[in-house]
Design a protein around this ligand. Structure first.
Ligand code: PMT
Length: 407
């Protein structure tokens, strides 16, 4: 079954008769769960109208690089950052030549340069144009730059010729798009991830908590499943939907999260602590709602168990990855936690910046381990999670083979 749940696909359409089939591609991507935004070149608009694509995608269609109105709504850099995948279908010979040369002379080519997301193209053109050495040379260059080429198919063409150059069918393109997100790097590996906040009850209606939304941990769970892992997600209170193929255990308090985490250890190769666990809880929980009386009140707190430290010291210790939420001296404090909690890897984020960290859609992190560190660029939590999972997989594999290298 096609899996594109929560994926954001920027669909580029270039000028060619196959542009009409792009409408069907939008539908097939959406059927698989993707959100689609469409970018059209001037040539594409001669074959199919932006209105059609707007109605189908449910989003405004982007056509011009130098359109102040469109830039004010969602600028080209934002659009490039939004995409989990840039998919150009159909890709004309002219577009492929401009892409090969790294030109940025319209919105679509500019986005292809500006995005850090993978780029895939589905070529469609006359069979002689496809076979031309110039086009074949361009294809080789694009493949060398890790651009995925979907097709083309063989068969009868709109111009009456027969041969290679037909665009793949929409369903086939959607299947290949879904495959871009799958890897087998974590096949057979069991991962437990904690996510979200904990709630520490004061009385039946009040609690102590924090601003964690769970987005980071849930995105990691999804990325780990896409890499082939069997994932258990221990989630504090959050309204986020469970990523497909993830086993979810819901908890409220740090003590419940601690119990659930320890309960997973006999079946866990990698543990990732992305939850924002309350360090303290009230010593006593009032049985009835506390009534307002004095001008001030004091709540006595006691330390919660340090879940990740307990996991890392356990006899069935998995490869253990923590997060560090810091507001100052981010690297220094994270290094301290790496050592004190006996972690294999820590992922530091600066939560003083409201655009990243708690409850934001984006994050920017620094990975720190015993002999090194690596900073990852600002990206959506979904995109970032794929890179983080890749890095964790490399470190995990190295730890099993006795090396400590990250690339
Ligand atoms: O959920 P989001 O809104 O997407 O926000 C993401 C995030 C900012 C919560 C996430 O990226 C993050 O930084 N998570 C860790 C938050 C945190 O509690 O950091 P800390 O520095 O206080 O704790 C260090 C590590 O110890 C963490 O792995 C934490 O899960 C763990 N811990 C902390 C206390 C405790 N009692 N038990 C723990 O296991």
């Amino acid at each position: 079954m096609l899996q594109l749940t929560n994926k954001q696909i920027l669909l580029g359409i270039t000028g060619g008769i196959a542009a009409y089939k792009a409408a069907e591609v939008v539908r097939r991507l959406q059927d698989a769960g993707a959100t689609v935004r469409v970018v059209m070149t001037a040539g594409a608009q001669k074959f199919i109208t932006p209105l059609t694509l707007q109605a189908l995608s449910g989003n405004p269609v982007h056509c011009d690089l130098l359109d102040p109105e469109a830039e004010a709504a969602m600028g080209h850099i934002e659009l490039a950052r939004w995409a989990d995948l840039v998919l150009v279908t159909p890709a004309s010979a002219n577009f492929m030549a401009r892409l090969t040369q790294g030109q940025a002379d319209d919105l679509l080519t500019t986005l292809c340069l500006a995005t850090t997301a993978p780029v895939a193209i589905a070529p469609a053109m006359n069979q002689a144009m496809w076979k031309d050495p110039a086009t074949q040379h361009n294809i080789e260059q694009l493949i060398a730059r890790n651009i995925a080429i979907f097709g083309p198919d063989q068969g009868s063409q709109a111009c009456g010729d027969i041969g290679p150059g037909r665009m793949l069918e929409a369903q086939h393109i959607a299947q290949l798009a879904a495959q871009q997100f799958q890897s087998n790097a974590l096949d057979g590996v069991k991962i437990t991830i904690t996510a979200g906040p904990t709630r520490e009850a004061i009385d039946p209606v009040r609690y102590i908590s924090n601003h964690s939304s769970g987005k980071m941990g849930f995105a990691l769970a999804q990325a780990a499943v896409e890499a082939g892992a069997a994932v258990t997600l221990i989630a504090g209170p959050t309204s986020l939907p469970t990523p497909e193929r993830v086993t979810r255990i819901d908890v409220e308090s740090a003590e419940q999260m601690h119990q659930a985490a320890i309960g997973q250890l006999s079946q866990c190769d990698i543990f990732i602590g992305a939850a924002a666990v309350a360090d303290y809880r009230p010593v006593a929980i009032a049985e009835q709602k506390i009534k307002k009386s004095a001008d001030s009140m004091t709540i006595e707190l006691t330390r919660n168990p340090d879940i990740i430290a307990a996991v890392a010291s356990h006899e069935d210790r998995p490869f253990t990855v923590g997060f560090a939420a810091e507001t100052e001296n981010v690297t220094g404090h994270a290094q301290g936690k790496l050592k004190r909690k006996k972690l294999d890897l820590i992922i530091a984020n600066d939560v003083s910046n409201q655009a990243i960290g708690f409850n934001s859609d984006d994050n920017q992190v620094q990975l720190i381990w015993k002999d090194g560190d690596e900073t990852l660029a600002l990206a959506s939590k979904q995109q970032l999670s794929r890179t983080i999972i890749d890095k964790i997989q490399q470190q995990f594999a190295n730890s099993r083979s006795g090396h400590q290298v990250i690339t």
